[in-house]
Ligand binder design. Structure first.
Ligand code: ADP
Length: 195
């Protein structure tokens, strides 16, 4: 079976999480969203949950050992699904290496990154209006700074293999969804997935 992965990335407030959820339902594909997984974890009291909660409260990246563990565990649950979606991971070059190895091991050969792009001032504006527990002035600054210094270079590594679809994230949610579908439709490998 040919297996596919769609990886949603974008700066904070870009709406990539909303799009990832939509496409998960639309394609009947499981979504592995690290932000949501970690926020759920942080409410528990196991040793790993305490570690995770220390990082997300500060808006810092959770260590790669945890990322590898969570990704391995989640992917093991979905070995029979033709399509897997990822949201929030990879965020760094080292996480790209971890995910690439896992994708390969799971026979996922078709990979596209969907970059939902917005400028920094729109990120700041949208996050001011979002009231999530881990959104404080300090965590927002830390996460945005990590995005530009660590995630953008990781995206460039995917761009080198022509595997990035860039979408303007500034219009309405429905418009962004439409743009993603249109771009996937004309993609030689992924076009088959879109009705
Ligand atoms: P945002 O995109 O607004 O930063 P997320 O929901 O993706 O929000 O992530 C929330 C928090 O979870 C991050 O601040 C970070 O602490 C942690 N996190 C999520 N994904 C990763 C990841 N791939 N690597 C390390 N930490 C992560």
């Amino acid at each position: 079976m040919d297996r596919y992965a769609l990886i949603f990335v974008g700066p904070q407030g870009s709406g990539k999480g909303t799009q990832a959820k939509y496409f998960s339902e639309y394609l009947h594909a499981p979504l592995i969203g690290t932000g949501e997984i970690f926020r759920r974890h942080a409410k528990r009291s196991s040793l790993i949950s305490l570690t995770i909660s220390r990082y997300i409260r500060k808006g810092k990246l959770v260590p790669n050992t945890v990322i590898r563990l969570i990704l391995t565990k989640k992917m093991r649950l979905h070995t029979h699904d033709p399509v897997l979606l990822f949201d929030g991971v990879p965020r760094t070059l080292s996480q790209k290496i971890i995910l690439d190895a896992l994708l390969k091991r799971n026979n996922i050969v078709h990979v596209r990154m969907i970059l939902v792009n917005i400028p920094k001032n729109i990120s700041l504006q949208r996050l001011r209006n979002r009231k999530r527990e881990d959104d404080t002035q300090a965590t927002i600054e830390s996460r945005l700074s990590d995005y530009y210094s660590k995630t953008v270079p990781m995206i460039h590594a995917y761009k080198d293999d022509n595997r990035v679809i860039v979408i303007d994230g500034t219009p309405s949610i429905a418009h962004v969804t439409y743009s993603i579908k249109e771009q996937l439709k004309i993609d030689k490998e992924f076009g088959l997935l879109i009705k």
